[in-house]
Write a protein that binds this ligand. Structure first.
Ligand SMILES: [Zn+2]
Ligand SMILES: [Zn+2]
Length: 258
């Protein structure tokens, strides 16, 4: 019934418990999950999960927070994306939240890396999984200038309504994580209420950001129904309707088979 559009099952804390997590997903009616890649070094492990389990899928990309890792070329991304279980390019994007004493001008390497991913999405026709934190203006500007025809998702969305609406206008989807259930996320709930229903996805971003009532604990795709329950409350709809809407949206964006 539910799809987790963004999780990190290749991370050791989840990988070690994979049989239990797959069983918990089944019990919670989470029927598919997209395992998101964050480095080229990690990609073989992400792909192995997708190849081993029919309910798991993969992406290829390098996260903007990862430094000291292999820098992807366009060919690196396209070669790995050319696989039926690799649905998207990412996660990628810009993150100016932790500059570690640097200025935004110093982060040109992040913008260069993002540009390579945008080019890979254009060339492959696959959607882009965008991570953006404290960098929404530059993220939107780069997509406008370089991303003609590119679709995708702003994942684990925490920015304001104007940013969400600009992303939607560019043809992007907006994905909400467990943060939507946090007490201090009233502004984010207003964003979720205002968006067109056919552009909204749900995710866990596990192992991080477990939704209430598991906040602070290890997160897994089995908890994505808690994000759906919060959306159901905000939209005044039954959770089954939210499950179906977000599942249809995820399948349409990623070309995901049922
Ligand atoms: Zn992210
Ligand atoms: Zn992530």
């Amino acid at each position: 019934m539910f799809i987790d559009s963004h999780c990190h099952l290749s991370f050791p804390e989840l990988r070690q418990q994979l049989p239990q997590i797959l069983a918990a997903m089944q019990a919670a009616q989470v029927e598919q999950a997209i395992c998101i890649c964050t480095t080229l070094e990690e990609f073989p492990e992400v792909l192995a999960l997708a190849e081993a389990y029919p309910q798991l899928w993969a992406t290829v990309g390098v996260h903007p927070d990862n430094e000291g890792v292999q820098e992807p070329t366009l060919a690196d991304l396209l070669q790995r994306a050319d696989h039926p279980k690799v649905l998207a390019i990412g996660e990628t994007g810009l993150d100016y939240y932790r500059l570690n004493g640097r200025s935004i001008a110093d982060m040109q390497w992040q913008r260069d890396r993002f540009a390579v991913h945008i080019a890979a999405a254009r060339a492959s026709g696959k959607p882009l999984v965008v991570h953006t934190r404290s960098s929404s203006e530059d993220t939107l500007q780069m997509l406008r200038e370089q991303g003609q025809g590119v679709r995708g998702v702003f994942h684990c969305f925490t920015e304001d309504l104007a940013t969400a609406e600009a992303a939607v206008a560019l043809g992007f989807h907006i994905s909400f994580s467990g943060i939507l259930t946090f007490k201090n996320a009233a502004g984010l709930r207003e964003v979720a209420q205002a968006l067109p229903r056919d552009r909204v996805l749900i995710e866990t971003d596990s192992p991080y950001l477990a939704p209430v009532p598991y906040r602070g604990k290890l997160n897994s795709p089995a908890y994505v129904p808690h994000v759906a329950a919060e959306l159901a409350r905000l939209w005044g709809k039954p959770i089954e309707a939210v499950a179906q809407q977000t599942r249809d949206n995820t399948r349409a964006l990623f070309g995901l088979a049922a």
